[in-house]
Write a protein that binds this ligand. Sequence first.
Ligand code: FAD
Length: 291
Amino acid sequence: MKIASLFKKKTVFSFEVFPPKKTSPIDSVYNALDELEKLHPDFISVTLGAGGSGNGANTIAIAKRLKEKNNLLPMSHLPCIHYTKAQIDEILESFKENGIENILALRGDMIPDLVPTTDFKYACDLIEYINSKGDFDIAAACYPEGHTESPNIDIDIENLKRKVDAGASHLISQLFFDNDAFYNFRWKTMKAGIDVPIEAGIMPVTSRKQIERMVSMCGASMPRKFTRIIQKYENNPEALRDAGIAYAIDQIIDLVAEGVDGIHLYTMNNPYVAKRISEAVSGVIKAGDKN
Ligand code: FAD
């Protein structure tokens, strides 16, 4: 099933997971998948490293298991900047063989000391290429506060439009903590003629280290309410986790009330946190359905 078709009927609720580190066996993530299955997400996306050294085998194995064992709709991420066309061809073939038809097409982060291949410069190049290779449903990433390399949000939205014009059927946003930033962004995308569904990326904050890493990577702004929580509970992991969960729930309730197309929860492979959030928002998400 193509994910794009879901948005016509409902407020989509999806999860994101990542493959285990190279030092851990792949089945170390399977228990998390089994727990996430019980929360009935509309789909689960699986990240894929930008390095270009692997062939996405772990990502594909997890997506295949989600489909066959968990009976869930999988989406595979696919970065391109460090991949050659031949490597992308091999991965797309493997997607086809394993029944994976939903792809999040990405440029990927530049890896220091690794020279990009010249086959793909931007995500829009990959989207166009995938479209020429088969019948996939292609999503793309978007950045409510602008991509870190972009001179300003307006230029970033012009580039986002290129991805939609190339064939992206829906968008998934970078994490953000300020819903107003998302609403401003959504208004600007509408003015730019971007008319595909946009899922809001929500990351529940459960540790101080995690926040620092994430914010330094993506530059998300932190509203006063959010920083106060961190300062107050930074040395109390249980309280910080509870406050992070409550903050994410509050964000989601507000987003659904504002008619968001979908919520994409960055689960960090933590089913306990995903469960608490899912249970708290399930009625609200259902109330956003279109039939
Ligand atoms: P692009 O859309 O190509 O944009 C990159 C930069 O180039 C932007 O500044 C943009 O404004 C500019 N640009 C784009 N097109 C053009 C153009 N035609 N001309 C001039 N400038 C242009 N990374 C991974 O490696 N693996 C993952 O699994 C992964 N999953 C992610 C999931 C989500 C939901 C998000 C939001 C990000 C994810 N990332 C992942 C990170 C992502 O790869 C990085 O943010 C990367 O830096 C940009 O990727 P992109 O696809 O948005 O790039």
